[in-house]
Design a binder for this molecule. Structure first.
Ligand SMILES: *Cc1c(COP(=O)(O)O)cnc(C)c1O
Length: 418
């Protein structure tokens, strides 16, 4: 074996030198302080309504458990997920906060859900098996009845609603369920100019009246998602939108739900940074085809940089042209996104020389501040920022920035009282 004598351009340990931990090859870095700051801003916008933080789909790819802990520390009142399985994982990890799951199948384990104190969304048929589970367990299941006010997905139709509330009132009188909430989901809140949202809120108000007339006393009426919350101020009566609680997902993670307004306009800070390093740099002549299908061909001699993140990592295959930040400049991804890697055209020849330090340089696909955004990748891929962060796959290790937990930058006094 030949001894290595030349200076290695890549630090063998961490970016901070021999004493810092090794830099991960590839990571989705989640800033929990950003999540907490977003929660505090969202709470102020929603007050006096409570905040249910939606942590479904592994907290939109950010990691359900660390995010759940952070949002609760920052004052979220409850957690929301789609599936009972997601709720049970949080319970098993020791999360004791109120937890609501709303999307079920006939195979859902309602018995375990009720036993673990998971609140359950009920659109219709679920009421009977949930009441049955409560009877077997000799307990009372907490449910939120859902009405479809226009989205056309789950939730009782307006025609079914009177029957559902009567059935729920009967189950309540038997002590099997307690209807703690009534909710609906908005269809076009991300387009505040559209009139359907007002119509949905009006139908919801009537549905709540029907539930009360049937003898139910729901204490949590909830409708607003992220776009609903951030457009409530435009309504004559914001409280019709905010109600008793808001169910907020994407903006916890610092992303804007609106096409025409970035997160900074809402005061939000993106929490996830998807990064790796340049793992190969090469000089190529004009006419070099790049990646499968050779859909990109260099027009002049240039330098290409390879980044080891591909569609198996969640970078959309349709995202050709998405931005990558390297050494303070943003370059377009070129050619097809492959399973394991993407290629960036640095736009000029001669950059492969070691003095440019490109081998091992940080490559950021999206993040906060001057980094490209998940929204830009969404635009390149013809999708929405929700999907870009949520689809980052399990092949990319999550890493967490948590200055307040280090006892570092955020003194306890800066935290709002919970
Ligand atoms: C996902 C989801 C939310 C959160 O929506 P955001 O737009 O991410 O805030 C709220 N309610 C329901 C029923 C959902 O499925």
């Amino acid at each position: 074996m030949e001894p290595v004598t030349r200076a290695d351009p890549v630090p063998p340990t961490g970016p901070g030198g021999p004493s810092s931990p090794p830099r991960p090859e590839r990571s989705a870095v989640v800033d929990l302080d950003a999540v907490r700051a977003n929660v505090r801003l969202i709470r102020r916008a929603a007050a006096p309504a409570k905040l249910m933080a939606v942590v479904k789909a592994d907290a939109y790819g950010h990691g359900a458990l660390p995010v759940a802990r952070a949002v609760l520390e920052a004052g979220a009142d409850a957690l929301g997920v789609a599936h009972v399985g997601e709720a049970l994982e949080l319970r098993a990890a020791g999360v004791t906060a109120p937890l609501l799951a709303w999307l079920h199948t006939v195979d859902t384990d309602f018995r375990t859900a009720v036993a673990r104190d998971i609140q359950l969304g009920v659109s219709g048929w679920e009421l009977a098996p949930i009441a049955e589970a409560a009877r077997e367990l000799r307990t009372t299941a907490q449910v939120h009845l859902k009405i479809d006010t226009g989205l056309g997905r789950n939730g009782a139709t307006e025609e079914q609603w009177p029957h559902l509330v009567r059935a729920a009132a009967r189950a309540e009188s038997e002590g099997l369920v307690r209807v703690v909430g009534v909710f609906t989901h908005l269809a076009v809140a991300d387009e505040p100019a559209r009139s359907e949202t007002r119509l949905q809120l009006e139908r919801f108000r009537i549905a709540v009246d029907t539930a009360r007339a049937a003898g139910l006393r729901p204490v949590l009426r909830h409708a607003a998602n992220s776009p609903g919350l951030f457009s409530a101020a435009d309504l004559d009566r914001p409280e019709d939108m905010l109600l008793d609680m808001v169910r907020v997902g994407v903006s916890l993670y610092g992303l804007s739900p609106f096409r025409d307004r970035g997160p900074e306009r809402l005061g939000l800070v993106p929490a996830m940074t998807l990064r790796s390093t340049v793992n190969a740099v090469k000089e190529v002549p004009a006419g070099q085809g790049v990646s499968y299908g050779l859909t990109y061909v260099t027009e002049r001699p240039t330098t290409l940089a390879l980044i080891p993140l591909g569609y198996a990592d969640g970078v959309p295959r349709s995202g050709t042209g998405g931005p990558v930040r390297i050494q303070g400049r943003t370059y377009p991804e070129v050619g097809r996104v492959a399973m394991d890697q993407i290629v960036v055209d640095l736009g000029e020849p001669g950059l492969a020389a070691p003095e440019h330090g490109l081998l091992g340089a940080e490559a950021v696909l999206f993040g906060s501040g001057s980094n490209p955004s998940a929204t830009e990748w969404a635009e390149a891929a013809g999708t929405i920022n929700y999907e870009i962060v949520t689809r980052v796959s399990s092949r990319v290790p999550r890493a967490y920035v948590d200055r307040s937990a280090d006892g570092g930058a955020l003194p306890a006094a800066e935290e709002e009282p919970v």
